[in-house]
Design a protein around this ligand. Structure first.
Ligand code: RB5
Length: 146
């Protein structure tokens, strides 16, 4: 089981709550870094918080949600050591782990069916980094910095 930091803005709040419940039911240790209501907030604050939790070792992995999954991924990716992948389906979620070793998964509540979102997150968690030819490429990503 993993320690998973979750975060969202107001536009991702409902899906973040749902995903946090699913992750807890699966036995993961979830830290909810907010938002804690659907009041309007700024997605960079929560992408940064999840990114810092993962990069700093307080969490193994992160799940971020905003309206599109894009802005919060941009924020998380500014944190050194974070490979945040915005995904919209199960296959891209699996590939994010298998090829890119994504340590933060980002979803867009306004764009994805909640049931697909749950399947995407579980597929990402169940997938494994394939290593091999991908190792050097991921190292180059990390060498780019935050
Ligand atoms: C908020 O309206 C929306 O812009 C935000 O959740 C996200 O989609 C940005 O990338």
């Amino acid at each position: 089981m993993s320690r998973i930091a979750v975060g969202s803005d107001h536009a991702g709040f409902a899906l973040k709550q749902q995903l946090a419940d699913v992750l807890r039911d699966l036995g993961h240790e979830v830290s909810d870094l907010g938002a804690h209501s659907a009041d309007r907030v700024d997605y960079p604050d929560f992408g940064e918080a999840v990114g810092r939790a993962v990069a700093g070792g307080d969490a193994d992995l992160g799940v971020c949600v905003c309206g599109s999954g894009l802005g919060i991924a941009m924020a998380a990716n500014k944190v050194s050591g974070i490979r945040a992948a915005p995904v919209h389906d199960v296959v891209s979620a699996q590939l994010a782990r298998q090829h890119n070793d994504a340590n933060v998964l980002c979803l867009g509540e306004r764009l994805i069916d909640p049931e697909v979102a749950v399947r995407a997150v579980t597929a990402w968690l169940d997938a494994e980094f394939e290593g091999g030819r991908h190792v050097g490429r991921v190292a180059k990503l990390d060498a780019l910095g935050g």
